[in-house]
Design a protein around this ligand. Structure first.
Ligand code: PMP
Length: 448
């Protein structure tokens, strides 16, 4: 359907435009090639469209400005890390205030109590711990689950993403569990650590868990890392019943699905997990994450948590739970990601979805756009049922072109997603700007 020659020549023109618009980023990128592996401080940053990465200067609310002074509507929001909007004054004040009074001491601060209570209120789980990142939180939870059940494997959904967690970088190849394409240097063959099941397939889950070797199922209530794949009616209820019947702990990773509301999909959909992981946006941009658990899990863990060797148990971290992170979480959760914030952000995501769906329909494309709360994403196929079907529709050339076209016209999308995230700081005009730019890109591609 897409004319690949036309796509290639449009992409080349956008590459030239990108280079013309960003001489200062180009100079920094050239300089960075020496001291930084791949010219960036973190490898994913090579995945932005354009011949070199854009260097950012400042960001505020829903706007970002690069080192060439070009301003963007930021629909990436740090791939969820800045879902609240950037540099909110109440959060930066709290961070500055805490920083001037000491950041890291290995002692709890008073904010920790407020944070634990607030997370308990939002997610309905009574007992919480901090981590530095959602990756870390997931690693700790997997370790706890193996400890509590005495079982060696963890189960995940095919084409999930839960951070740089060894056990989760696994996919299905037919019936076999294999390393996810691109995963570097697996510790051991992933089939030894991991069971993988397709999303939205309760029977496959039941069959796999019946083997009795799985400690926990770690899942997003909706897949958000291979486009957005929503659960079919009844699926999540079946997951809960099946995991419980097989004595498998259910862990909801709400790092992205927090877009569904103040207590993530867990609260929005009345789910009943044994543990929940939250990360990224809860600290307004300061690295931090948290995991919560039921009273029963907390009770079973309280023995080991107080043991003399907890410092070498494989759970925790020297900077984890530091006072800066806790002050940032308190400032963020007391002023952001509340019902009233979602009441502004969700209608913007609905407007985005309607705009993109209109363009798709106008051009008769077999693409779709999906939404979960204040997050929306388009994908180059009809709505898939599971991750493998979504993965089959990945089209890097098309995605790269659309991202670059939008970026060159002042709209930032999330790299390796076609995702737009909305904060209360976006406006309807921001959404309409994207719809216009996206519509022009698709018209240029289809030639009408
Ligand atoms: N869980 C989910 C669902 C994620 O999408 C991600 C990152 N995209 C993580 C965990 C890991 O977060 P981090 O990279 O901040 O550790």
């Amino acid at each position: 359907m897409i004319d690949r020659d036309r796509l290639a020549s449009l992409r080349a023109a956008e590459e030239d435009r990108f280079a013309r618009l960003h001489p200062s980023s180009a100079a920094l990128a050239e300089q960075a090639r020496g001291p930084l592996l791949a010219g960036v401080p973190m490898p994913w940053m090579t995945r932005w469209p354009g011949r070199f990465p854009l260097f950012f200067d400042s960001a505020s609310g829903a706007r970002l400005t690069d080192v060439d002074g070009v301003e963007y509507v930021d629909l990436c929001l740090g791939d969820t890390g800045a879902m609240t909007g950037h540099a909110l004054p109440q959060v930066t004040d709290a961070i500055a205030g805490r920083a001037s009074r000491g950041i890291t001491t290995m002692l709890p601060s008073a904010d920790a109590v407020w944070v634990g209570e607030e997370l308990a209120r939002r997610f309905g789980l009574p007992s919480w711990q901090l981590a530095m990142s959602a990756t870390d939180a997931n690693r700790f939870v997997l370790r706890f689950a193996r400890h509590l059940t005495g079982r060696p494997r963890v189960a995940v959904m095919d084409w999930c993403y839960h951070g740089t967690v060894d056990e989760t970088l696994a996919v299905l190849d037919g019936d076999r569990v294999v390393a996810r394409p691109g995963a570097l240097g697996p510790q051991v063959p992933v089939a030894e650590t991991t069971a993988v099941v397709p999303f939205n397939d309760a029977e496959a889950l039941d069959r796999r868990l019946a083997e009795g070797d799985v400690a926990c199922l770690l899942m997003e209530p909706a897949l958000t890392n291979i486009g957005i794949v929503l659960p079919e009616p009844g699926y999540l209820e079946a997951v809960r019943e099946i995991t419980r019947r097989h004595g498998v702990l259910l862990v909801n990773d709400e790092t992205h699905t927090l877009c569904a509301g103040p207590g993530g999909a867990t609260a929005a959909w009345g789910l009943d997990p044994d543990l929940v992981v939250v990360g990224k946006p809860i600290g307004g941009g300061i690295p931090c994450a948290a995991y919560g658990m039921t009273a029963e899990v907390a009770d079973r863990l309280s023995g080991p948590m107080l043991g003399h060797e907890i410092d070498v148990a494989g759970v925790g971290g020297t900077l984890t739970g530091n006072a800066l992170a806790l002050a940032a979480i308190r400032a963020t959760l007391s002023s952001c990601l509340r019902d009233e914030d979602f009441a502004v952000a969700v209608p913007l995501a609905e407007r985005f979805t309607a705009g993109v769906a209109g363009v798709i329909a106008e051009h008769g494309l077999d693409w779709h756009v999906q939404r979960l709360g204040c997050r929306a994403e388009y994908w180059f196929c009809p709505p898939p049922r599971d991750g493998a079907a979504a993965a089959a529709a990945v089209d890097e050339d098309l995605e790269g072109f659309l991202h670059l076209w939008c970026l060159n016209r002042g709209v930032l999308l999330t790299p390796f997603h076609n995702m737009a995230l909305f904060s209360p700081h976006h406006t309807e005009a921001d959404v309409d700007r994207h719809t216009e730019v996206f519509g022009d890109a698709v018209a240029a591609l289809t030639g009408h």
